[in-house]
Design a protein around this ligand. Structure first.
Ligand code: AMP
Length: 444
């Protein structure tokens, strides 16, 4: 039934020039139902209210060892259902052993957007339980800090926090972790990338040694393993949900196109796909984000934009307008590529090739979350061709190229200085190869 629905949706959507008529099958997996975990009644009610019926693979693998009291090291990307994978068994434990007086759980998130999002999922899942939570994150004024201070003093069972803001509160000495039973580190690779390792270790040293620790990370490089070793206790259950591979139900497509025609191509793609109700366009630089949003607006489209020049409130406003459907298209830098959960995104457009395969997977993972399907278009100029091929190697898939619309045919990238053979090289004008990582460092 689900499959037929997706098939119909896809066929309706593939109406622009050059799109393939085939789509990818969504595997019909035999899955565990949540009722089989034997959760407390109040928690099961929350799951029913959210319409969660079957566990996703990461939930299937992580929930049993967490319920057995093991520490868990899990490699899973956003979009896999990893948040509920750590929230559910922890909430089940808290429902069985309530203690409203003291902090029992600390969840650390890399960004305020993720802290808010996890707190929202937590509130929804725990709606029928008597568990309380507080989200504390930076980027707001002193008044918010004071509100957080009061909430922390009043007490809550669960704190969802970003490392910097939590450290500020801890320094003031009114947070007591003596009764803490769970430490959850989410998006650990991102936190290390952002330089939070010392702050996290500092926090960890203030926690009781006897606790259950869960570490979730989208990738598992060696420094994450080393970090995990310092924080987790044996026995550790290790879970690995295939990384660096986009979900199977994303239709991935690419256009080979010069920068000069990318804005016109975006207009064409959006015009030809009016049925796409919610589209995120990612661009590497904030200047590009502003230019693109501006020119789409001039064409009469309702378009939002998110980049690092906006205040937290402005960003939230833009995200809200997008979520509510007021602006069906949003142009953003990677500020929102990871973790942000907006339901019903039909398509992602990569206005440029992301820095590396992980970024690519994170960006296109905004579509096709959980069991929905989605499309991802990537624009590849001559300079990025090499890097895109590396991404294809890593995701072990050749992304289908679409022909450019007739009027943009001139914008097909020209092969650069190749001696024989087709294709083009991934070198900048000065012949210097640009490192993907290096490009990510700029302010977004
Ligand atoms: P996450 O990977 O935690 O960001 O979750 C991705 C999205 O899937 C979120 O919107 C969740 O609310 C949703 N989700 C998580 N688990 C399930 C499930 N078992 N069934 C349906 N949706 C889910």
């Amino acid at each position: 039934m689900q499959y037929l629905y997706l098939q119909a949706t896809y066929e309706k959507r593939l109406i622009f020039a050059g799109a393939p008529s085939r789509f990818e099958k969504i595997e019909n997996r035999k899955t565990l139902k949540f009722t089989e975990f034997g959760f407390e009644e109040a928690l099961q009610e929350g799951l029913d209210a959210m319409g969660f019926e079957k566990a996703t693979p990461v939930q299937e693998q992580a929930i049993p060892p967490i319920m057995e009291g093991k520490d868990v090291l899990a490699c899973a990307q956003t979009g896999t259902g990893k948040t509920a994978a750590f929230l559910l068994p922890m909430l089940n434990d808290l429902s069985k052993n309530p203690n409203e007086e003291a902090v029992q759980v600390l969840i650390i998130e890399p960004t305020r957007e993720l802290a808010q999002q996890v707190d929202r999922e937590l509130e929804a899942l725990s709606y029928f339980t008597n568990v309380s939570s507080i989200a504390i994150y930076g980027g707001r004024d002193g008044h918010a800090m004071e509100q957080e201070r009061r909430a922390l003093k009043r007490g809550a069972s669960i704190i969802v926090a970003t490392p910097g803001r939590l450290t500020s509160h801890l320094d003031m000495g009114y947070v007591n972790f003596d009764a803490l039973r769970f430490l959850i580190l989410d998006e650990a690779d991102r936190m290390l990338d952002m330089g939070f390792a010392p702050a996290i270790m500092n926090i960890v040293h203030k926690l009781p040694r006897e606790r259950q620790t869960l570490l979730f990370s989208a990738t598992m490089p060696s420094q994450i393993r080393k970090f995990a070793k310092q924080i987790l206790n044996e026995p550790i259950a290790e879970i690995n949900i295939a990384i660096s591979k986009p979900a199977e139900n994303i239709l991935q497509l690419a256009y080979e196109v010069d920068d000069s025609a990318k804005i016109r191509l975006t207009q064409k793609v959006l015009e030809a796909n009016q049925r796409l109700e919610r589209v995120i366009i990612f661009a590497g630089r904030k200047r590009t984000v502003k230019e693109l949003a501006q020119s789409l607006k001039q064409k009469g489209m309702s378009v939002g934009a998110i980049h690092s020049d906006l205040s937290q409130d402005e960003r939230e406003e833009q995200l809200h307008a997008f979520k509510s459907g007021k602006t069906p298209v949003i142009v953003a830098t990677d500020v929102i590529s990871r973790g942000i959960d907006v339901k019903g995104i039909d398509a992602v457009i990569n206005f440029d090739v992301p820095g590396d395969a992980e970024d690519y997977v994170h960006r296109i993972g905004r579509t096709a979350r959980a069991e929905a399907s989605g499309m991802a278009f990537t624009y590849v100029n001559a300079e990025d061709a090499y890097r895109f091929r590396k991404i294809e190697d890593l995701i072990e898939r050749k992304v289908q190229r679409l022909p450019l619309p007739e009027e943009l045919k001139d914008a097909t990238p020209k092969p650069k200085g190749r001696r024989g053979g087709g294709g083009y090289r991934g070198r900048g004008k000065g012949g210097k190869k640009r490192s993907g990582k290096g490009r990510r460092k700029g302010k977004r």
